[in-house]
Design a protein around this ligand. Structure first.
Ligand code: PLP
Length: 442
């Protein structure tokens, strides 16, 4: 067991067995507290090692700070706790370079950053983004009046494919209003390449870094540090930087951050006077307090998760993992590809794992181009790699509470389930895989 694997459970007794439940098909459900009474729940109750266990700071241990908020009477509107949070984020995470503004969640952060980047009347109509990402990115672009244009991903890093992006930028020219890559599962994008791409094509850039708080790039710096283009981070309960709901937009351009702050406050560029497009994206003081408290744990949380991820890789050498490009990833889950002969049969594996007490799931499946609403509203390029990965990807447990022994147990069971129940690659199997693409049927 590596020495980096540690426990820093601050509220295990109070929160007991809170988990994110996965259904038998691996879709991620609501945060629940496990009770043992419901017969319907029997399958889920059998899950001893959940896929995710959120670990936001314990509110009951923050009564002094909550009383201070109450006595001050300032609950929102970029209050003093929020200001302290923004200042500490920039200082502690981004080495005092740049500025940031908090948002109530990353989806709102993406909407603001995209709108600011493309202006009220965008020059082009497309938002170039991968299909292998979360619905929030496409929704944010659509709310900004843009049409998501889906590109393929790299087969190893699962980041947007550089050649596919270049080809689409050449093909669609001025019709592309914004480049919106996703730092897939906290993996680090090549930001200098994106800055060059943005400058060469004259297209603004917004980076969806929802899962990246805690990720370090190849130089050991916080992912995004020093970027002139905005990065949007999530602080949702399921992320490794877990609060309840929350987000953050960061970049080195202080003016841009000031503009986003006003846009997030109803577009008020002057006191109670709208001078720009706006909405309400402000983080409450209570949510800011959770984030400020969580900030103290960012390093041990990320180290613990990285060490467990390395253990997974060591214990499952015959499986294909996402190739990580930075020197540390803030793993929210651990995604791995099941053997090719199991392609299209991941839901069955998820169900089998659940029966053996292991929570698992499928992140970014169906990928966006396979989801009914986005099929009607978006445009997709060739997605061969995305389809292949979506047919084989499975997420294995990761949490602040997970131990090295449990990872060993998960790996044993996972290997047995994958190898003991081989699914022949049948015509039905390949039809099922096509179903993912055609209608999001799996
Ligand atoms: C890639 C990606 N983008 C955006 C979001 C939206 O984040 P939030 O839930 O904070 O709105 C998520 C959430 O999981 C995500 O995974």
């Amino acid at each position: 067991m590596t020495s980096k694997i540690s426990m820093f459970v601050n509220n295990s007794t109070a929160r007991g067995r809170d988990t994110i439940r996965t259904g038998a098909d691996g879709h991620i459900g609501a945060v629940q507290h496990s009770g043992r009474s419901s017969a319907l729940d029997r399958n889920a109750d059998a899950v001893e090692i959940p896929l995710i266990r959120p670990n936001p700071p314990s509110l009951s241990s923050l009564t002094k700070e909550l009383l201070e908020i109450e006595n001050r009477g300032i609950y929102a509107n970029y209050g003093p706790v929020n200001s302290r949070l923004e200042e500490q984020f920039v200082r502690a995470v981004f080495k005092a370079s740049g500025a940031c503004v908090t948002v109530a969640n990353a989806t709102l952060g993406l909407m603001l950053a995209i709108k600011q980047a493309v202006g009220w009347q965008p020059r082009g109509r497309y938002a170039l983004m991968p299909s292998f990402t979360f619905a929030a990115a496409a929704h944010a672009a659509l709310w900004c009046g843009l049409t998501p244009l889906f590109c393929d991903i790299d087969p190893e890093t699962w980041l947007p494919d550089a050649d596919a992006e270049e080809a689409l930028l050449k093909r669609y020219g001025n019709e592309i209003a914004v480049i919106l890559p996703n730092a897939t599962f906290g993996n680090c994008l090549d930001l200098p390449r994106y800055h060059r791409l943005s400058a060469a094509h004259g297209v603004p850039l917004v980076i969806d870094a929802a899962s990246s708080l805690g990720s370090l790039d190849q130089y050991g710096e916080a992912f995004g540090m020093g970027s002139a283009h905005p990065l949007v981070f999530s602080m949702h309960a399921t992320k490794s930087f877990a609060t309840a709901e929350g987000g953050l937009v960061y970049c080195t351009d202080q003016g841009l951050i000031a503009c986003l702050r006003n846009m997030g406050n109803f577009g008020f560029g002057q006191p109670r006077v709208a001078t720009m497009p706006g909405l309400n994206s402000k983080l409450s003081e209570v949510a800011a307090l959770l984030a400020l408290t969580k900030l103290r744990n960012l390093e041990p949380v990320a180290e613990h998760r990285q060490a467990l991820y390395e253990l997974y890789c060591k214990l499952l050498p015959e499986f294909t993992f996402q190739r990580m490009t930075g020197c540390r990833t803030a793993h929210q889950i651990v995604s791995v590809l099941v053997p090719e002969e199991q392609a299209g049969h991941v839901p069955e594996l998820v169900a089998q794992l659940a029966r053996r007490g292991i929570g698992s799931g499928r992140y970014f499946v169906p990928h966006l181009a396979a989801q009914p609403f986005f099929q009607q509203t978006c445009v997709a390029d060739d997605l061969t790699v995305t389809e292949a990965i979506a047919g084989r990807v499975i997420a294995l447990p990761m949490s602040d509470f997970l131990t090295a022994n449990e990872v060993g147990h998960v790996c044993d069971i996972f290997r047995q389930v994958c190898h003991q129940h081989p699914t022949r690659r049948t015509r039905a199997g390949s039809l099922a895989l096509n179903g993912v693409v055609a209608g999001g049927l799996l």
